[in-house]
Design a protein. Structure first.
Length: 94
């Protein structure tokens, strides 16, 4: 049974749509992966900074740090960590 021109066009359109959807999904996946990687990197850097600067008192904040999924918030904490005088300065930001 031969396909009609309309059926062929519909199939081509569906294939093109599927291909475009897969490409878009790959792009979105890469972006999401980069964001997750940046968040994890910031969390690790903050962890190290807290340990070096404040020892066990700093490490006590880690449970809350790993719950933060905002790059902006983590960057704010990183900046504060560089200039903070006491662990309570960081605690206020969490």
């Amino acid at each position: 049974m031969e396909k009609t021109m309309a059926q062929e066009l519909i199939e081509e359109g569906m294939k093109a749509g599927l291909k475009q959807g897969l490409q878009q999904g790959k792009i979105e996946g890469k972006i999401e992966g980069k964001i997750e990687g940046k968040i994890e990197g910031l969390q690790e850097a903050i962890s190290l900074g807290l340990e070096i600067r404040y020892g066990n008192d700093g490490l006590a904040l880690l449970e809350n740090i790993v719950k933060i999924d905002s790059i902006e918030k983590l960057e704010e904490i990183m900046r504060a960590l560089k200039v903070s005088k006491k662990v309570d300065d960081i605690k206020k930001l969490i």
